[in-house]
Design a protein around this ligand. Structure first.
Ligand SMILES: *Cc1c(COP(=O)(O)O)cnc(C)c1O
Length: 219
C-alpha cells in the first residue's frame, strides 16, 4: 500500500471529531509531500531541528505539531511556526515557550503531557505535579501559551486491557480538568498500535506514523 492509500483508509475509519496527526519523523520530504498531495495538512515530528528543516523546505500551510520531549534550549527554533506542542511536562518548559512565543507575538497552543504508562521511561506529569502546575502563580500569569488539552502515551504492551485502562484514566483526568478549564478540547492519545483502543476511550487526536509511512529505520 502507498502512503496515499494508507492515509486515506485511516482517515476514512476515524470518527468525525478525531484529528489525525501524520507522524513523519525520520521520513523524507518526498513522503510528506505524498501525504500533503492528498490534502492532508497536519504533521507531527519529535525532534525540533528535523521539524525546522522540514518547515523550511515544505509548503507553508502545513501545521507542524511537536509531539516529542522538548528541551528548553530548543524552543526558540520552533516558536515562530509550531502549531501545537504536545509534550509539555514542566512549568519551566511552559515558561520558556511563553517567553519565546512573546518574541513572535504569538500565543502557542500546548498540551500537558500526563504520565499514564506503567513504564517509568515515559515522560509526563503525575497527578500531584499537574495540580501544582495548575495552581502556581506563574502558570496563571502566562499570556503567550494556551493550554488546549492533554496528551498521554500508554504502556507498550500486547495487553489491551491495560492499555484501555490507561487511556480511560487519562480521559478521567481530562474530564476533571475541564471543570476548571472549560476551554480545553483536545485529548491526544493513540498511535499506530493502539489508536483503535484510544478512540472509544475518548481520544480526539491520534498520532499515527508507521501505519501511514511504513516502519522507521531508527527512532
Ligand atoms: C513516534 C511517535 C508516534 C507515532 O508512532 P507510530 O507507532 O509510528 O504510529 C506517536 N506519538 C509519539 C509521541 C511518537 O514519538
Amino acid at each position: 500500500m502507498s502512503i496515499k492509500d494508507n492515509l486515506t483508509s485511516i482517515k476514512n475509519e476515524l470518527p468525525k471529531g478525531v484529528t489525525l496527526v501524520a507522524v513523519s519523523k525520520t521520513k523524507p520530504n518526498e513522503d510528506i509531500l505524498e501525504a500533503y498531495n492528498t490534502g492532508h495538512r497536519v504533521f507531527g515530528e519529535n525532534k525540533v531541528q528535523e521539524m525546522v528543516a522540514k518547515w523550511e523546505a515544505l509548503p507553508k500551510d502545513i501545521e507542524w505539531h511537536m509531539i516529542g520531549h522538548v528541551q528548553r534550549n530548543k524552543v526558540k527554533y520552533m516558536a515562530e511556526f509550531v502549531s501545537l506542542i504536545h509534550g509539555v511536562d514542566s512549568l519551566k518548559l511552559l515558561k520558556e515557550i511563553d517567553k519565546q512565543a512573546k518574541k513572535h507575538e504569538r500565543v502557542i497552543p500546548c498540551l500537558l503531557q500526563i504520565h499514564i504508562a506503567e513504564e517509568d521511561t515515559k515522560f509526563g506529569l503525575d497527578d500531584s505535579e499537574l495540580e501544582t502546575l495548575l495552581q502556581s502563580e506563574a502558570f496563571n500569569g502566562m499570556e503567550n501559551v494556551k493550554i488546549v488539552g492533554l496528551m498521554g502515551m500508554a504502556t507498550f504492551t500486547q495487553n489491551e486491557n491495560q492499555v484501555r485502562k490507561e487511556f480511560a484514566h487519562l480521559k478521567s483526568i481530562f474530564d476533571q480538568l475541564q471543570q476548571k478549564l472549560p476551554e480545553i478540547s483536545i485529548l491526544s492519545m493513540g498511535m499506530s498500535g493502539d489508536y483503535k483502543i484510544a478512540i472509544p476511550e475518548g481520544s480526539t487526536m491520534v498520532r499515527i506514523g508507521s501505519s501511514i509511512f511504513g516502519e522507521r529505520n531508527y527512532q
